[in-house]
Ligand binder design. Structure first.
Ligand SMILES: CC(C)(COP(=O)(O)OP(=O)(O)OC[C@H]1O[C@@H](n2cnc3c(N)ncnc32)[C@H](O)[C@@H]1OP(=O)(O)O)[C@@H](O)C(=O)NCCC(=O)NCCS
Length: 162
């Protein structure tokens, strides 16, 4: 296991523990783990977030901000500096279905559902629902591709093993 992988595993493990403690109603400790992740890994991932399995956080979550009520499905890839958050005046927050790819710096804001297998381009600002397997880019985000496909548009993070 590389240092990068170890950092990501540690960050996610701390989140999983904080999430479990939060759901059991344990006070204080979930918040402390959340703060540790925020300080050490620069990720804002509150204990109340619903996070699926096999979610991949680029660069151990660097700069990622997730609203406390967000739901993130299985197999989602979240690149660095992504925000999943609220929009002023609107209560609901993003739901990200399975196998979505979210490019670096993308912002997904408000009551938005990102359909399964969709790709969100780097630095996009998504304000509306995205159909399954669609590709969205730009500000505001617009669908540029539709249909089913396996995405591979985010290169793996460097591992520095050599
Ligand atoms: C959105 C994305 C998934 C699309 O990948 P793709 O399906 O291979 O699409 P293409 O590269 O063929 O681009 C299709 C069109 O969208 C445009 N485009 C692609 N990504 C874009 C982006 N982030 N913002 C604006 N336009 C974008 C391309 O210029 C192209 O336009 P054109 O047809 O007018 O030439 C990909 O470009 C992307 O942004 N991936 C995330 C990369 C990332 O975050 N890397 C992190 C590295 S650490």
């Amino acid at each position: 296991m590389t240092i990068y992988q170890g950092m990501t595993v540690t960050m996610e493990l701390l989140f999983r523990i904080s999430n479990w403690l939060y759901r059991k109603g344990v006070p204080v400790l979930p918040r402390l783990l959340y703060i540790f992740n925020r300080v050490v890994f620069s990720i804002v991932l509150p204990p109340s977030v619903t996070l699926g399995r096999n979610v991949s956080f680029s660069y151990s979550g660097l700069g990622i901000v997730v609203h406390a009520r967000c739901c993130i499905g299985n197999g989602v890839t979240i690149s660095q500096h992504v925000t999943l958050g609220g929009r002023s005046g609107l209560h609901d927050v993003p739901v990200v279905e399975d196998d979505v790819l979210i490019g670096a710096g993308a912002k997904i804001l408000g009551p938005v559902r990102i359909g399964r297998g969709a790709s969100i381009g780097a630095n996009s600002v998504v304000l509306h629902d995205v159909p399954p397997f669609a590709t969205v880019v730009g500000i505001p985000g617009k669908v540029i591709k539709t249909g089913s496909k396996a995405h591979s548009a985010v290169p793996p993070a460097p591992t520095f093993t050599s």
